[in-house]
Design a protein around this ligand. Structure first.
Ligand code: ADP
Length: 613
């Protein structure tokens, strides 16, 4: 399966064709100086001039057929992945491009005026050359859609932020997600069990705190201007400086834009160039401004690493990637100074000798006793785009004939231990099965108990059998308010740090210390079902529900896989009411929205809960 990946910048277009399964390059091209009197086309290593000036669409019209020409007819292009910098509020996953999506991207363009218009021009140009294959947009902002509110908010009044759509989005998400997964593979760990700090240090630069697989902080904001010192961008700056320049030095919007985006950063500090290699060379020859540029750059990265370690309560690894992160031992050395406090120790020899490339994409540069690993990892955004595009294409192929998933509404209920049964109903008491439930071996019991909260009580809540090894009370949000209790959204069995409650049966009362949860919506399935849907245990997916009065898509649905399960989605009564669901409702798996972060760490639940809100 061959996937074409197109990455259109303001004055250049990069495109490559890759074999989806091996990741091998089949063909590649680059067109530089788009919009100039002549453009430079490099096709599979051979360069030539194209007479212009050519727009993005013109250039693709000329060069794409030539790139495709050399392909074997046995392996045609199966799909096209386009890098799109800004997905705005609307696009938090890769999306199949239709005319409506194009129109929506057009609307978002004002959020990223330097990038999105070029991305869109590339999409239009490629769709006219390849109208019959699926085109997929993959967004730089999408990985950061999981930023919690506290991380995505600027401290400005709501009426202004709401009206002007001002919030932090974050960028380089394709790269951060890719190297985070590579780090987990290298460390032979599940990404869902790791706290990573990924440092994308290229001409544009950003950091990301990846907590158990999800981006929870990143240094770029509403635009790519916030955060680190970059090639030509200033990164963090006191907004008062801009007011000062406007009031006292005659800067207008255009002049500020030019200053902050094109004249600052390494270029501004060094007074020479935005290229870190040249800056390192000049610094070695004694240039004070270049030395200062390196110091400010490294200091800012280190400052962010410390901040992100604090945000996550520690880090299992720090990853260096992109041009500077992959190649500069000197910058890695400077940045990693004084990270001992978080257990990160650089191995100076390994760092100096590390060479990452296509054949050797990961190098560990920390010492053997470093609690926090330091890794240099080669990023490969084009491969990540190809993978995202092919995944979406294969998913939509599968969904064309996708099985539907029965949806059941769980009313409030209890799971109890045998010991608790005896305290409630008398010594030696055995529960009486009343009717079988859909999950094999599970049944509703004849017995009910009174559940007594601080505010109100339910006189008869049904027990489900057989008895388990813990006591758990599953209620809805509305029930919580009625009982006067604040229970978190949790997967079944995860009752650590949950509130308790009083149960009352004919033989006595039991005061539970914990065990009250609002169940995370979930789908039970067998390993065969999981293969069919292309998901794994603990994945988080989206499910479209049909059959109610209103069609609805539920996000944050947890996948639970076990050979003893039967395919069924469980939601609580509030959710069933919201969708106006009755018996016989069915859902269709829409997309896998990422990996669940269900480990036994408190902060993780907060993230899940916040995402679920
Ligand atoms: P982008 O894709 O954002 O244009 P890259 O990831 O290609 O950026 O990174 C470009 C930056 O990496 C430049 O500043 C370049 O000088 C720097 N770089 C590349 N190789 C080295 C190296 N060996 N040592 C130091 N810096 C390097």
């Amino acid at each position: 399966m061959h996937i074409l990946v197109i990455n259109c910048g303001s004055s250049s277009i990069k495109a490559d064709i890759r074999d989806h399964f091996s990741g091998r390059y089949v063909a590649e091209m680059e067109i530089e100086r788009i919009g100039q009197p002549d453009s430079l086309l490099t096709l599979n290593g051979e360069s030539e001039t194209l007479e212009g000036p050519l727009s993005h669409g013109d250039a693709l019209g000329v060069a794409l057929p030539r790139l495709l020409d050399g392909l074997s007819p046995d392996t045609p292009i199966r799909g096209v992945g386009h890098r799109v910098v800004h997905g705005g509020e609307k696009f938090s996953h890769p999306v199949r491009i239709t005319d409506e999506v194009e129109a929506a991207l057009d609307e978002i363009s004002s959020l990223a005026p330097l990038h999105n218009p070029a991305n869109l021009a590339g999409i239009r140009g490629a769709r006219s050359v390849l109208p019959d294959v699926p085109h997929v947009a993959v967004f730089d902002t999408a990985f950061h859609a999981t930023l919690p509110r506290r991380a995505r908010s600027y401290a400005l009044p709501h009426d202004i932020t709401d009206k002007a759509g001002i919030r932090r989005y974050g960028f380089h998400g394709i790269s951060h997600a890719y190297v985070a997964q590579k780090a987990a593979d290298f460390l032979d760990s599940d990404l869902r069990d790791l706290r990573l700090i990924t440092c994308h240090l290229g001409n544009g630069a950003s950091l990301c705190a990846v907590e158990y697989g999800r981006s929870i902080e990143t240094s770029m904001g509403m635009t790519p201007l916030e955060g680190l010192v970059m090639g030509t961008r200033a990164g963090d700056i006191d907004a008062g400086v801009l007011l000062h320049l406007q009031r006292h030095h005659g800067y207008d919007t255009e002049a500020l834009d030019d200053l902050l985006n094109r004249k600052s950063g390494l270029a501004g500090l060094s007074g020479r160039t935005n290229d870190m290699r040249d800056i390192l060379e000049q610094a070695a020859e004694g240039d004070e401004d270049c030395r200062m540029a390196i110091q400010v750059f490294a200091h800012r990265v280190r400052k962010y690493i410390g901040a992100y370690a604090a945000v996550m309560g520690g880090a299992d690894a720090v990853v260096f990637t992109a041009g500077i992160g992959e190649n500069s031992a000197i910058l890695r050395h400077r940045i990693a100074q004084r990270l001992d406090f978080m257990g990160a120790r650089l191995h100076e020899d390994r760092n100096r000798e590390a060479r990452v490339n296509r054949d050797n994409p990961v190098e560990r540069v920390s010492t053997a006793n470093s609690r926090c690993h330091l890794l240099a990892i080669q990023t490969d955004e084009s491969r990540a785009i190809a993978e995202a595009a092919s995944k979406l294409i294969m998913e939509s192929d599968r969904l064309q004939d996708s099985r539907s998933i029965p949806v059941a509404i769980s009313a409030r209920h209890l799971h109890v231990q045998q010991e608790t049964v005896e305290k409630l109903f008398g010594e030696g008491y055995q529960l009486t099965p009343r009717n079988d439930l859909s999950q094999p071996g599970q049944w509703a019991a004849e017995e009910t108990v009174k559940v007594i909260g601080p505010r109100n009580s339910f006189p008869s809540v049904r027990i489900l059998g057989p008895p388990r090894n813990l006591d758990q009370v599953e209620i809805s949000r509305t029930d919580e308010f009625f009982l006067g209790i604040d229970a978190p959204v949790r997967a079944s069995g995860d009752i650590e740090n949950t509130p308790g409650i009083i149960l009352e049966g004919p033989a006595g009362r039991v005061e539970l210390k914990n065990g009250v949860i609002c169940a995370l919506r979930h789908i039970h399935m067998t390993p065969d079902d999981a293969d069919y849907f292309g998901v794994q245990d603990r994945d988080i997916v989206e499910v479209a529900i049909t059959g109610g009065e209103r069609d609805l898509v539920f996000g944050d649905v947890l996948i639970r896989v076990s050979p003893s399960f039967a395919l069924e989605m469980h939601i609580d009564t509030d959710e069933g009411n919201a969708a106006n669901l009755g018996r016989g409702a069915e859902g269709t798996l829409v997309c896998t929205a990422g990996r669940a972060t269900l480990t036994r760490r408190r902060t993780t639940y907060d993230t899940v809960t916040e995402a679920a809100e």
